[in-house]
Design a protein around this ligand. Structure first.
Ligand SMILES: [Zn+2]
Ligand SMILES: [Zn+2]
Length: 348
């Protein structure tokens, strides 16, 4: 089969590799759509601790496809089913896994990062993933490309649950990339009475317009904290989501939060820049909840697929460009150019 094989920093090529084989408890999925994630770009440009230089790994963890083969012990699925797959696979026996929190399991593996993923014609869904329900069917009302984005949506849903956005809330999402746009849509869906979006790039801010935020702030031109105060009658935002890897925004998050506000530090910071000076007295006296999330649970992934299926969240509009697997390098170059939102590898 053809696969996009990563071999170390800056080394990625499409080549012929052996298709995976499955045992009696596993499933083989023919990939139909796989999206390039910020994490993939980070691996490509900076490497990853779990992939040694020179080791070969098929990247790709945001995907959907069709079941083409099932082990004889697998029940509840059929060949031909359309499926999405939560890529984080927990160890199944630690206290995090017992709570369903697979993305903070100390021993989790991830399709497309620690084991071969979906920038390939076929991907194996292993025994652990099958036993823990990571593979979830969806019907023909959901397109493969829309479903491929269930993974980033599930991660956003995790962040969304941590700040409990509700009716009447004022919400600010900082960062107008794909993740910021998904957070924006979730805030709206939850009934936030004012959804504000900020970014430093006019180009990225132009993408968010179609999702109709109440307020768009270019934080290069306007002071972000002042703008949020102005649009919230001086109260600050009930919900602050930082969907960008920027130290200064994390520091400012407490300054733009309302009393009893909830902050989710959704985007991680580059290594070495993660010591941030925050005024903790504001957290203390204003009873602010400061939290962060990473990845998602299988249940949140299932929720994300449902939201896409029910057309409550539009993931399709995030897709800027489509490539085939033999164009994997061009696809990464395009994604890295920052010109679009989501880049998809499509398979016939
Ligand atoms: Zn991702
Ligand atoms: Zn575990």
């Amino acid at each position: 089969m053809l696969a996009g094989v990563y071999r170390g920093i800056g080394r990625l090529e499409c080549k012929e590799v052996k298709a995976p084989t499955i045992n009696e408890n596993e499933a083989l999925v023919k990939v139909r759509a796989a999206a390039i994630c910020g994490t993939d770009m980070k691996i490509y440009t900076k490497g990853h601790f779990a992939i040694k230089e020179g080791d070969e790994r098929i990247l790709g963890h945001e995907f959907s496809g069709e079941i083409v083969e099932l082990g004889k012990n697998v029940k509840g699925y059929e060949v031909g089913m359309r499926v999405g797959v939560e890529p984080n696979i927990g160890c199944g026996r630690c206290s995090s896994c017992r709570k369903g929190l697979i993305s903070i399991c100390p021993e989790y593996v991830c399709l497309g990062i620690t084991i071969d993923g979906a920038f390939a014609e076929y991907v194996k869904i292993n025994e652990m993933a099958m036993m823990q329900g990571n593979m979830i069917p969806f019907d023909e009302n959901t397109d493969f490309d829309a479903a491929a984005l269930a993974e980033p949506l599930a991660c956003c849903y995790n962040g969304f649950e941590s700040v409990r956005t509700g009716p009447g809330d004022y919400a600010i999402v900082v960062g107008a990339g794909p993740i910021g746009i998904l957070h924006q849509q979730l805030s709206r869906l939850a009934g936030a009475s004012k959804v504000m979006v900020a970014d430093i790039s006019d180009e990225r801010l132009s993408f968010v317009e179609r999702f109709e935020p109440d307020v768009i702030i270019n934080s290069n031109r306007e002071d972000l904290v002042e703008a949020v105060m102005k649009h919230t009658e001086g109260k600050g935002a009930d919900v602050v989501i930082t969907a960008c890897p920027v130290v200064d925004i994390q520091r400012k998050a407490v300054l733009m939060a309302a009393k009893k506000g909830r902050i989710c530090l959704f985007g991680g910071l580059p290594k070495g820049q993660d010591m941030v000076e925050i005024n903790t007295n504001i957290i203390h006296y204003n009873s602010i909840v400061l939290t962060g999330t990473t990845g998602s649970t299988v249940s949140q992934y299932e929720k994300a697929l449902d939201l896409i299926h029910d057309k409550k969240i539009d993931t399709k509009s995030l897709i800027s460009k489509r490539f085939t697997i033999d164009e994997i390098k061009e696809a990464f170059d395009y994604a890295l150019s920052g010109k679009g939102l989501k880049t998809i590898i499509e398979f016939a």
